[in-house]
Design a protein around this ligand. Structure first.
Ligand code: COA
Length: 249
């Protein structure tokens, strides 16, 4: 069976590549487990200097697998999706994302925890949590109002409006928007490999200093949102919306 998460090594760079093209790289429990495990390993392996998270030049990820949400929803924080979130939050190595095409749900919120984010200008980002009867996750309810202001964050989180890669860069969600998916991937790889040339302890301490002020608060919000999110997954509102997606023609 083809691996849905490909792990690739190039010098000190570990690339985690979503590889489930027939389902727009939607993330299953098994994929979150693999990602969580790889992040933990990258964190402790001194030979790894940076981690790159990406999909293909056509699609980043359609977010959580909706069939999984219905059939085996996370029931508590001891679930693969939360292990992935916490390991990304705790990763001491720089994490870089390269985004092209659709980046939905956690495909957008995970970017808020990466150190550098390169997007194609026409990438399509969206957090349709409310539209699906759910609520924000991965501390997006904390980070986005701070980053964008309450009014714009409400457009994205309460109305579930989509936005482009170009807007993501203009708003500070992404580092830079590039002309194509291939260009975004190439730029992300180039920047990620730069960490191979930089003194690793200085990089580690600097990232730690940048993350320290909000780390505990972010962790607490991930847990609070997570408790509500897992409840919402079992609500009639969410079940109707999620089943509607599966049954659509
Ligand atoms: N979970 C499970 N399957 C998904 C999926 C998801 N999140 N997103 C897409 N797929 C599947 C579709 O069901 C379809 O499968 P099929 O060919 O077996 O019918 C296949 O991937 C292709 O999707 P499709 O919608 O036809 O592609 P598109 O290019 O028209 O649209 C998206 C791409 C990502 C915009 C669209 O699929 C989408 O909105 N997906 C749902 C995203 C979402 O709500 N995620 C959860 C956020 S919390």
């Amino acid at each position: 069976m083809t691996e849905a998460i490909l792990l690739e090594r190039e010098r000190g760079l570990l690339t985690l590549r979503f590889n489930r093209p027939d389902k727009k790289n939607a993330l299953t429990r098994a994929m979150y487990s693999r990602l969580a495990e790889a992040l933990k390993q990258a964190d402790s392996d001194p030979a790894i200097t940076a981690v790159l998270i990406t999909g293909s030049a056509e699609c980043f990820t359609a977010g959580n697998d909706i069939a999984d949400f219905i059939q085996q929803p996370p029931s508590d924080l001891d679930s693969p999706v939360f292990h992935f979130m916490l390991n990304l939050l705790e990763c001491r190595k720089p994490v870089i994302a390269a985004v092209a095409g659709a980046a939905v749900g956690i495909g957008t919120t995970l970017l808020l925890h990466c150190d550098l984010v390169y997007v194609s200008r026409d990438a399509r980002l969206r957090m349709p949590f409310v539209n699906l009867g759910l609520c924000p996750e991965f501390a997006s309810s904390l980070i986005l109002p701070r980053l964008l202001g309450q009014a714009r964050a409400a457009q994205l989180l309460l109305l579930g409006e989509g936005f482009t890669g170009e807007q993501a860069a203009a708003w500070g969600i992404a580092s830079e928007a590039l002309g194509s998916g291939a260009a975004a991937l190439a730029k992300a790889r180039e920047m990620a490999l730069r960490f191979d040339e930089l003194p690793p302890q200085a990089v580690r301490i600097s990232k730690q200093l940048m993350k320290a002020p909000d780390r505990e608060l972010i962790r607490q919000v991930i847990e609070e949102e997570g408790a509500l999110f897992t409840q919402r997954l079992r609500s009639p509102e969410a079940l109707a919306a999620l089943t509607g997606f599966i049954k659509r023609q």
